[in-house]
Write a protein that binds this ligand. Sequence first.
Ligand code: SAH
Ligand code: SF4
Length: 444
Amino acid sequence: MLPDGRVPAAGASCASFGTVSPGTAPSAAVAVPVLLRSVCDAQPTTDKHAAAISAKGTKRDLMFAKYSIRLCALPLPAIAAAVNCDVNPARKIDIRALLLDDLQKTLCAWAEPKYRAAQIADWLYQKRAVDFASMTDLPRNLRQRLEAEFTIGRIDIVRVLGSRDTTRKFLFRLTDGNLIESVLIPASPALYGSRSDRRTICLSTQVGCAYGCKFCASGLEGFSRNLRADEIVEQIIAVERAAGEKIDNIVFMGMGEPLANFDNLMRAIRIINAPWGLGIGARHITVSTSGLAPQIRKLADDPLQIRLAISLHGATDAVRNQIMPINRRYNIDMLMAACEDYVARKKQRLTFEYILINDVNDSAEQAHMLAARARYVSAKINLIPYNTVAGLPWSRPPRERQEAFLSILRAAGVAATLRREKGHDIDAACGQLRLQTQRELQAR
Ligand code: SAH
Ligand code: SF4
């Protein structure tokens, strides 16, 4: 599949339009990301879509949405000319979406020695080469061929919040103009069971999110597309480059639902974990899910010992139904059954994430029910005081109420921690920086 030039499991991406990156014309500077988003979304761009954009945005958004409807019918070079973008009509694959095995097969098909694959991986993940020309121990004709068939993508950091000693949030613009974010969390005691000297990155797996949890910024603007494996891996590389620090703990708790982008997620995890890749141990990789029961079982089939966190946020269907639409599809009993299966097969402890939201899920009754559920599957509990999101009505309970909730869990014999949100002051909850930036762009 891969060597023939197709992006692996790309999902609803820009693939049908090729690789598009914003141009520099002053008139296009603000509009291009909005426009490209419409152009590149694989969803059909209809008048209804334009109306939705205009309802949320400005007259100019409507104009661009309509413009993009017309553009969608045009061939790629015409779109490029119209929006003044650089386009790569060859639709090259990013080489960082390939596993070593894929690389070896490609080289084999080119009649090159297999060991070249390890050399290329070394350039990509150890030496962090940004182009093929710098891979000086490869023969020139191989470098040229790689150049002709692949790209080494870079995602641009467009905004950084926070400082060196605190949680830092990075906003990226993807090559199709979409915005995503990652959070770099400095050494933090016992975060997801890791040692306190680990630097953690919180990665996004999708642009937006389709699951629409009522408290979350990521779902507010809906779902745009899945990230490809290379876009997931590149978040780590770009943050390490910008921060000058090595990251050694990964949590998939940024924007999107990782298990809804299963194939790209697993491909990215293999690259992150492999000795030829980023070499981060499976036990230092945590995937968080809002409760996709079938995919939890699918994850249990995978031999990698990555950790799993369940975003529970309610101990009963009544509470979960109120804030997490996914619970209507997989209710709490179905979710617990999948967790039980996971634990039995993986012989590993789960973590329940539980955001404390004032007067929604923070009663003593919920705490007792939660303790019972955690004991049933031997899960640890991570309590997180809710981070307010502009435009949403929820707030965190007062500190004493948070502590009271924690005490009930501990008295019931459950391992539980109450996290002081490191990133509260920089809106670190997933999706918030992107949302804020998008709103600023629309208001211009
Ligand atoms: N979709 C996955 C992973 C991304 S969300 C999931 O839901 O698990 C990562 C975590 O951030 C989840 O536990 C989510 O519930 C939490 N979260 C979302 N919005 C938040 C907010 N405003 N304050 C605190 N945590 C939040
Ligand atoms: Fe999506 Fe997770 Fe946010 Fe729910 S909490 S909307 S699943 S990112």
